[in-house]
Design a protein around this ligand. Structure first.
Ligand code: SF4
Ligand code: SF4
Ligand code: FES
Length: 406
């Protein structure tokens, strides 16, 4: 059994498990300590210092996320010293940050912006201390935009890519005020082993990593009377959309979602489930064909076992990391791409529409789908199969923009 120790937090005596950090101990009794570089999914980095607290008997403030509690420790999370230091740390972070909040995709959803607001950072003492404008924006990827001028170098993205995804597409380069998050030989993120999974975006506290958004392009298509705009939604969206718009975790909002899509002006609303069935049928046929070649025809060239995935991130991962196994992958398209191809062939014919007038939009839970739609081979209909991929987040933004009371 884990030993318990007694500590005091802001004068309250608390019993906690030995070895627990000050941050976790404080949270367990409802005391909020702000964090930036800390993330519960990731190992501790302890580099932003926003979580500093005072420990009786210690000269220097301690980082709550990286300091384990000790018996009889007296901790103060909101002393004047702590509040002043924290405020100064936030000011310093802002001094290197392109705080162009109103034109940032993360406006309203940025952890640094929230801290600046909570701590009422009104002084400009450090503002513009470091010329952030020397940094570049990497916008070559169809999925991800990386804007170094908004990076606070917390390294959550680097740890995410390494610890959670096992890919290591991102790394830290240089030191001091030159330090930056970059890739192998500072290449664009589109030219390295990145699977475009988007997990670094989800873990980035600021607007330094965001999805490439296609909201304006979809609005343009919807308002163009010469276009027939067809939308498909992936199964996960009917839950994710609810969470994004304030419903409980796991609550399905299928009916509301379909109504909202119709009210947004899409000409046809469809479900990717249909082509998920087609994908399974195609994959099953391919497997039977390979088995026949192996077991009946004794073809030594056939590759077994056969692996399949509807995730373009996983496919890209295999292409980069395990190219020797590529022939084991099914050649079938993902449901998103089968849908896109059918929209501009079978559906166009059934509805008597010219394929070039059809704009095919998909709502997907993952940024890798944006990359997949942009692959040059995804034009089997003679046109780009899927024109625009929106994430669940982008659809939620469109619903808010349209003033739909979801
Ligand atoms: S998108 Fe995924 S693979 Fe690419 S850098 Fe981010 S976490 Fe790594
Ligand atoms: S890109 Fe985002 S997650 Fe990565 S270091 Fe910069 S602010 Fe942190
Ligand atoms: S959150 Fe503790 S040092 Fe960054």
């Amino acid at each position: 059994m884990t030993k318990k120790i007694k500590i005091s937090i802001n004068g309250m005596t608390v019993e906690v498990k030995e070895g627990i950090t000050i941050l976790d101990a404080a949270r367990s009794v409802g005391v909020i300590i702000p964090t930036l570089c800390y993330h519960k999914d990731l190992c501790i980095a302890g580099n932003c210092r926003v979580c500093v607290v005072e420990v009786a008997g210690q000269k220097r403030l301690a980082a709550a996320c990286a300091t384990p509690c000790e018996e009889e420790m007296e901790i103060f999370t909101n002393s004047l010293n702590v509040l002043h230091s924290r405020k100064e740390i936030i000011e310093l972070l802002l001094s290197e940050h392109n705080a162009d909040c109103t034109s940032c995709f993360k406006n309203g959803n940025c952890e640094l912006q929230k801290l600046a607001s909570d701590y009422k950072i009104l002084k400009q003492d450090f503002i513009r201390l470091v010329p952030f404008k020397k940094y570049s924006i990497d916008k070559y990827s169809p999925s991800i935009i990386k804007d170094d001028s908004k990076c606070i170098r917390c390294q959550r993205c680097v740890r995410t890519c390494s610890e959670l995804q096992g890919i290591n597409a991102l790394t830290v380069a240089y030191k001091g005020d030159q330090m930056k998050i970059t890739t192998f030989f500072e290449k664009p993120i589109n030219d390295v082993v990145c699977s475009t999974c988007g997990q670094c975006i989800n873990h980035c506290p600021t607007g330094a990593l965001v999805e490439r958004n296609y909201i304006e392009k979809v609005w343009d298509a919807i308002s163009d009377s010469t276009k027939h705009v067809i939308v498909q939604t992936a199964p996960a969206v009917r839950v994710g959309l609810g969470e994004e718009l304030g419903f409980g975790h796991g609550e399905r909002v299928t009916g509301k979602m379909v109504t909202a899509l119709k009210r947004l002006g899409f000409d046809a609303v469809m479900d990717t489930d249909f082509t998920a069935d087609l994908t399974i049928m195609e994959e099953g046929t391919e497997l039977l064909t390979r088995l026949k070649r192996a077991l009946v025809d004794h073809d030594p060239e056939v590759k077994l076992p056969m692996a399949t995935s509807c995730s373009p991130g996983w496919i890209k991962y295999m292409e980069h990391i395990f190219p020797e196994f590529l022939e084991h992958l099914s050649t079938c398209k993902s449901p998103q791409q089968m849908f896109g191809a059918l929209a501009k062939t079978y559906y166009a014919k059934a509805r008597n529409l010219a394929p070039e007038t059809i704009v095919s939009v998909s709502i997907m839970p993952c940024t890798a789908k944006k990359f997949e739609a942009s692959r040059p081979e995804m034009h089997s209909s003679g046109y780009r199969d899927v024109d625009f991929v929106l994430t669940t987040r982008e659809l939620a933004i469109m619903i808010k923009q349209a003033g739909i009371d979801f």
